[in-house]
Design a protein around this ligand. Structure first.
Ligand SMILES: NC(=O)c1ccc[n+]([C@@H]2O[C@H](COP(=O)([O-])OP(=O)(O)OC[C@H]3O[C@@H](n4cnc5c(N)ncnc54)[C@H](OP(=O)(O)O)[C@@H]3O)[C@@H](O)[C@H]2O)c1
Length: 343
């Protein structure tokens, strides 16, 4: 019999539904044919999800932990029911089914990071060891299951685990930048946090000295840091939910030309129109943010009569993990930023 490539057999009570859409997954052991079992050490909760959990808990760490435990107990996966998003994890391989594609390359004890979302990864939390709200992380003891189609990366020996975990969580973003940014472009980065910093660093390289990088974020401090590292040419503190205001800032900085490309990495909802209004006619927006609404983007662009190409930021781009780790090895500035924030 063929192996269960996508984990359909782990879905509870919904025939033909894929694990990401499922209400509940069965994360019980023993391991099944074609699967990989991981002893989990840390979860990196998706930024949009963590922000929502933190706000709902009024910032109380005990309540955040209780929400995370409650979601995982109810759903068999860490998928925030409000944002729909997950995150990723690091841990140690406990067992590899002989029919899993990694059976010959991974050994029990190997340390890996999953590159598929927690929103589709069967997970059991036995114990929460620590919550680190500043960096969206929770250290746990538990187990997770990766299906045969689930991608992963070995944790690199030359970078601290926690740094790799933070960077790999958003490694699709700089990989998309490598694909779309061209020399001479004006690029706007909306939300200049973790993924934003990596995107700016990658965009700087892709532009090969020609073009302009504009970073917009609600935090002046984050912008000052990025500017200090030379990761952007202009930094504007503004609220990405204020679409017209954002457009006016971009228009002022670009002399009315607007951006060729806007990358939306803001971790809050209602930022679609700031991105759409800030891009020139015929330009491109990459929506990497998990708080993006397809409806708001599609109907919003139509509503203002704007012909823009809108790209859904697929978290998977071939070679994305290695591209991101190499970027951190090459660019001392962004690496220092990650070390200060995540190590
Ligand atoms: N497409 C994918 O596969 C994928 C994978 C992983 C993550 N994501 C998503 O990508 C987004 C960014 O993730 P990240 O890890 O880079 O998050 P992050 O480090 O928290 O960065 C988000 C940035 O947005 C800023 N921000 C918050 N509210 C804002 C506002 N109203 N206006 C302007 N800026 C605002 C934040 O500032 P403060 O820190 O001051 O709040 C922060 O600097 C999230 O939505 C995340 O869910 C997508």
């Amino acid at each position: 019999m063929a192996i269960d490539l996508y984990g359909l057999s782990r879905v509870v009570g919904e025939q033909g539904v894929l694990p990401q859409r499922a209400k509940k997954l069965d994360a019980s052991l023993p391991l099944r044919d074609g699967e990989l079992l991981i002893d989990v050490e840390s979860l990196n909760i998706d930024a949009a999800s963590f922000k929502q959990l933190k706000e709902a808990a009024g910032g109380d760490p005990e309540k955040i932990i209780a929400s995370i435990r409650g979601i995982v107990a109810a759903r068999g996966k860490m998928q925030n029911p409000v944002t729909g998003s997950g995150g990723m994890l690091i841990g140690r391989v406990r067992e590899v089914s002989p029919s899993h594609p990694a059976a010959k390359t991974l050994q029990p004890g190997d340390r890996i990071a999953t590159l598929v979302s927690l929103s589709l990864t069967p997970l059991v939390i036995d114990e929460v060891r620590a919550l680190k709200p500043q960096i969206d992380r929770v250290d746990v003891k538990g187990h997770a299951i990766l299906f045969a189609s689930g991608i992963y990366a070995r944790l690199p020996a030359d970078l601290p685990d926690t740094l790799a975990l933070a960077a790999l969580d958003v490694c699709g973003a700089p990989a998309l930048v490598a694909r779309y940014v061209k020399p001479g472009q004006t690029v706007v980065m909306l939300g200049a946090g973790k993924s934003g910093a990596l995107c700016l660093a990658q965009a700087r390289e892709a532009m090969r000295g020609q073009g302009r990088l504009i970073a917009l974020d609600i935090s002046q401090q984050a912008l000052d840091t990025l500017r200090g590292l030379g990761l952007c040419d202009h930094a504007v503190a503004c609220d990405a939910t204020q679409a017209v205001e954002v457009m006016q800032h971009v228009s002022r900085v670009t002399g009315g030309a607007l951006a060729d490309l806007v990358i939306n990495c803001a971790s809050v909802p209602n930022t679609e129109m700031a991105a759409i209004l800030s891009v020139r006619e015929g330009g491109t927006v990459i929506f990497f943010s998990m708080a993006t609404s397809f409806t708001a983007a599609a109907l919003g662009a139509e509503g203002v009569g704007k012909d823009v190409t809108m790209i859904v930021g697929n978290g998977y781009v071939p070679g994305h993990a290695e591209l991101t780790l190499e970027l951190l090895r090459r660019q001392a500035g962004v690496r220092k930023l990650f070390e200060q924030r995540y190590v």
